[in-house]
Design a protein around this ligand. Sequence first.
Ligand code: PMP
Length: 428
Amino acid sequence: MVYKRSSELFVEANKVIPGGVNSPVRAFKSVGGTPIFVKSAKGPYLFDEDGNKLIDYINSWGPMILGHAHEPVINAITERAKLGTSFGMPTELETKIAELAVSMVPNIDKIRFVNSGTEACMSAIRLARGYTKRDKIIKFAGCYHGHSDSFLIQAGSGAITFGSPNSPGVTEGTAKDTLLANYNDIENVKALFEANKNEIAAIIIEPVAGNMGCIPPKAGFLNALRELCDADGTMLIFDEVMTGFRLAKGGAQELYNVKADIVCFGKVIGGGLPVGAFAAKKEIMDYLAPIGPVYQAGTLSGNPLAMAAGYEMLKELNSDKDIYKRLEEKTAYLYEGIHKVLSDKEIDFTINRVGSMISVHFDKNEVYDFETAKKGDNDSFKKFFHGLVKEGVYIAPSAYETWFITDALSYEDLDFTINAINKVVSNL
Ligand code: PMP
C-alpha cells in the first residue's frame, strides 16, 4: 500500500496542529510511521487519501457500532441540519433521546447531555463530590476517564503510550484527591477505604476496562466495590463511555447486574457526533443546576444534530432484538480465528474479550490489570500493526487499545482479517 498523500498531509498538518493531530494517539507515536489520513468510510471500511481500503477495527474508538455512514443516522443528521444546527435553547428531541436512554439503561431516572466523554466523567465526579460533600476519589491505574485534571493520574490509553501519565499542568492539590488502586484488586481498594474513612466521594471505574487493552472485571469484583461503597457512603461511578449501549442495551450494569450510582456515557450515545452524558437516580441528578447547587453547563450541549444522530442510533439498538447476539457471535468468531492462528504459530499471546470488545496482548500470562497489560511485547505489536495495515486491516495504533467490532462486519471480512493475521504473524 502507498501512503504518499497521507505523508504529505501529515507534513502540512504538523505545521499548524501540534503533532499534526487533534488527539495524541492518532499520531502513531507508539507504533512509528505516518498516520493514515481518512477520506471517507462506509460500513466496516475506511478509504484513505491514497485510495487504500482498510477493514476498520477502531470504528472511531467505539461509536460506529452499526458501521460507518449508517444510512438512518446520516439521514437523521441531514434532515435535522436543514432545520438549523444550534439554538442554545431546548428542543423536543433532547427529551426524546433522554426518555429512550432512561428506558434502556437500568437504575437511572434522569440524564444530562454534554459534548464528550471527558466532560461526562468530569461532571459526574463534581456531582459526586457535591452530593457527598467529600473531596477524594478512587480511580484505577490504567483506566482512562478523559483528560480532565483529576483523572490524569496514571491514566490509560494515549497517556500510557506517551509515557507521561502524570501530565505537567495537573496541580499537586488536584492529584492529592485522586487515590489510585489496582484494577481487579479488591484488597487494595479496601485498604484505601480504611485509610480514608468517610472521605471518599466516589469510586470511578471502567466496568470493563478498555484503555489498557480490554480487561474484564474478575468475578465478584464489581459487586465487592458496590458493597464497599454502600458501607462507606461512597458513590460508585461506572464510566460506560466505551461499554454503554455496546455490551448490552443497558451496558455493563445490565451485563454484570451491578448498580452504579452515576453512569457516564459517550461514543455510541452520540451516533458518531460529539456527545457525552451522565445519568443517575432523580434525587442525585436534581442536585445539578439549575435546580441544585452543583454547576454544570454547555453552549452546545444537547446540540440538535448530535441528538438526532444519537437518537437514531439508540432507536435502532433498542429495536433490533438480535444486535447484541450478532455482535457477540461475530466477535467470538474473530476470537476463535485469531486464537487458532497464534496458537498454531506458537506465539506468546493472550486475547481478552467481553462482548464486542477484544484485544490481543503479546504475552502468554493473564492480563488483568495495568501492570500485567504493560508486560506485552511492544516490538511484536508494532510489527503486527504495520503488517496488518499492509494487508488492509486497521487496528488501533497502540498495544493499549481495544478493538471495537461493528455489526457492519461480514463473516467474509472476519475471514479476511484472520487470514491477514495468519500472514502477518508468520513474519513476526
Ligand atoms: N472514558 C472512557 C472509558 C473512554 O474510553 C474515553 C475515551 N476513549 C473517555 C472517557 C473520554 O471520552 P472523550 O474522548 O469523548 O472525551
